[in-house]
Design a protein around this ligand. Structure first.
Ligand SMILES: Cc1cc2nc3c(=O)[nH]c(=O)nc-3n(C[C@H](O)[C@H](O)[C@H](O)COP(=O)(O)O)c2cc1C
Length: 228
């Protein structure tokens, strides 16, 4: 069973490399061409396809995508809507054995909350960061600004997270945004080195897609968009 799972992950990573070429080509076009020509090119359609079809991948595995693929994901964060271009975020990359340290931090936080926490619960918490080869923690870092309240800056950090989800999907990399109680636990925040004014926007689990992905039905647009 394990053997099968590993093979599925490897097949997906070949697919990932194929998609990367497209992503790099797309960036060059965006940098050099005026917007009006972008709208009619095939790469722009690729962007729409990603936006219209993205879905999360809960089952992730090795290998971690190539550094260039990861950099494409990280760069996407910086094109998020960002009032005042404050870049009110930073990102922690947790991989390899650091994921075990994060699991232990989760356990310590749960024990501090409830000294009688069950062994099963602790084991579950320990395993959580191991669900992907890379756990990227998006941290909101509010800056002092006369016109941009901290709430808006949190929204920007969340938009950065969403942009990374889409950049991952566009390259065939599996990704899932997770939070849960641990994202809001003061001991976890301290253990990750956050200062008093910082907060965790989410844990972005990234890796090679293992298993199937779901297809969602398109909503009826008029249920959500009404003229005012
Ligand atoms: C702020 C935020 C926190 C989330 N936390 C979790 C989580 O802890 N566990 C989880 O299963 N899904 C969580 N989700 C939802 C998933 O990331 C995902 O969006 C959801 O399962 C729907 O799947 P889709 O992205 O493919 O539409 C969270 C989403 C957001 C925006």
């Amino acid at each position: 069973m394990n053997f099968m799972l590993t093979r599925v992950c490897r097949i997906q990573s070949v697919f990932t490399s194929g998609r990367l070429l497209y992503a790099v080509a797309n960036q060059d076009i965006r940098r050099h061409e005026p917007a009006s020509t972008i709208w009619t090119t095939a790469p722009a359609m690729q962007a729409l396809e990603a936006l219209h079809t993205r879905s999360s991948v809960p089952k992730l595995g090795d290998p971690l995508p190539d550094q260039q693929v990861l950099d494409n994901i990280y760069k996407a964060a910086f094109r998020a809507a960002d009032h005042g271009v404050l870049r009110p975020w930073r990102f922690l990359l947790i991989k390899g054995s650091s994921r075990e340290r994060l699991g232990e931090l989760f356990v310590r936080a749960a024990e501090a909350d409830d000294p009688s926490v069950s062994i099963e619960k602790k084991q579950k918490l320990r395993q959580k960061p191991l669900r992907a080869p890379l756990v990227l923690v998006t941290v909101a870092v509010p800056k002092q600004h006369p016109k941009v309240p901290a709430f808006e800056q949190d929204l920007s950090a969340a938009a950065a997270m969403q942009s990374m989800l889409i950049a991952a999907f566009a390259q065939g990399v599996g990704a899932m945004w997770r939070t849960g109680a641990m994202a809001y636990n003061p001991l976890v925040m301290k253990g990750l080195g956050l200062s008093e004014n910082e907060k965790i926007i989410g844990f972005l689990y990234l890796g090679t897609i293992c298993g199937g992905t779901k297809t969602l039905n398109d909503p009826k647009l008029s249920d959500f968009f009404q003229e005012w």
